[in-house]
Design a protein around this ligand. Sequence first.
Ligand code: PBG
Length: 327
Amino acid sequence: MSYPIFRPRRLRQTETIRRMVRETRLAVEDLIFPLFVVHGSGVKHEIAAMPGNFHLSVNELQKEVKEVASLGIPAVLLFGLPSFKDAYGSQAYAKDGIVQQAVRAIKDTVPDLAVITDICLCAYTSHGHCGVVEGGVVKNDPTLEILAKVGVSHAEAGADIVAPSDMMDGRVGAIREALDEAGFEETIILAYAAKYASSFYGPFREAAESAPQFGDRRSYQMDPANADEALKEVGLDLEEGADIVMVKPALPYLDVIYRVKAEYGVPVAAYNVSGEFAMVKAAAQKGWLDGEQAMLEMLTAIKRAGADLIITYFAKEAARLLQRLMS
Ligand code: PBG
């Protein structure tokens, strides 16, 4: 079938027709909003490179999650800034640690909002690496035990989903085993399965004060040039008990999202990371592109590639835009 019988433009004539044949629909259910929690009270401090995103103390967080829930966003992803750091990141599993307090406060405020917690040590260690450092090397196996403790402490606080982002080998299995032993066999694991060593994490590291104090993360996060390896990583995490797998960042890795979804057919999350968000915001502020349209296009593309869930700093803005488009 070809021109002049077939004219693809027939189905693009009006917004009504375009809506009818649209293949991908972004929905508020797809969105997860990341939040940064700090000690103190009455703290609401905007993060410089992430307009509309804040460092929040627990009481301010409670207001924020009410708004998030009222927009219909189903879940938040929590990151904490501890009161002090040490070599082993002990504040990451402290009973009254900042994330543990935040989880309890959210569950008191909006019990139906799903709470996801990031499991990693980088914001909690004095050296800023995601694992235990010995002789200048990030050690895999000694880290697993600590990560498992962090996972159990988050589950005890009431987290619905724990999300290991450290990229140590074997951590999903270690966390699953520890959760089950502690009686948390229903706690869901969202594994940052294919997490790349990316320059797009820049604004986040400012926000989480988690930049490595020496070297970089290339000995544990993936080489951006590799995609077959991502399938291997995802396969291993699924074997170890991951319920949902994540590809991160999202936009430069749409091919990876596509292949993971096609190969495994499990729920796939994509992390539209801080640098991806900041690029759009900065260009929009300069008047170089339409920020709202760019946001919608980006999120739709991530979903089209195969992501079921999108973790994004745009979640609130996108939810509002979707409400407007519906009305
Ligand atoms: C912690 C972690 C990072 C992000 C999420 N969890 C940063 C990193 O690996 O350095 C990045 C998120 C973002 O850029 O939005 N390991």
